[in-house]
Design a protein around this ligand. Structure first.
Ligand SMILES: [Zn+2]
Ligand SMILES: [Zn+2]
Length: 134
């Protein structure tokens, strides 16, 4: 009887260790994902519900720019473009940078290729050119 109890408690201790190792591993993976803006964006985007995406697609542009989604997308694009304007190459230390939608087709679940980093001047230029042709 006594031996069975020892075996049983050893088994429980082993299971517990296994569980802790797994939890730590998962926590490390999550930490790595969340510390990189690009992986973080993909991680959160993958977890959106259909309802949330529908809401993001329908809200006004100003509301959209205030969402956590846009903040995540913005950081990812700035990281990918190394905090430089994609048109003139100026860095964020010299001019404030903005993130421009090349297409709104996937609004709420944008691919990073749908977005680009631009300085204020190049951004205005892009919008001027695009409206001039519309
Ligand atoms: Zn520029
Ligand atoms: Zn724009």
């Amino acid at each position: 009887m006594y031996q069975i109890l020892i075996i049983l408690s050893l088994f429980i201790v082993f299971k517990l260790c296994d569980w802790i190792i797994d939890e730590v591993r998962e926590w490390k993976v999550k930490r790595d994902i969340l510390s990189d803006p690009i992986l973080r964006y993909e991680y959160y985007k993958g977890s959106y519900s259909y309802k949330k995406m529908k809401k993001l697609k329908r809200m006004s542009h100003n509301d959209y720019l205030n969402t956590q989604h846009w903040e995540l997308a913005r950081s990812a694009v700035l990281k990918r473009d190394e905090n430089r304007c994609a048109d003139c190459g100026i860095s964020n230390e010299k001019k404030p940078l903005e993130v421009h939608h090349i297409t709104y087709i996937r609004r709420g679940k944008e691919h990073l290729d749908d977005l680009m980093t631009l300085c204020q001047d190049c951004h205005q230029e892009r919008h001027f050119v695009s409206t001039a042709f519309e």
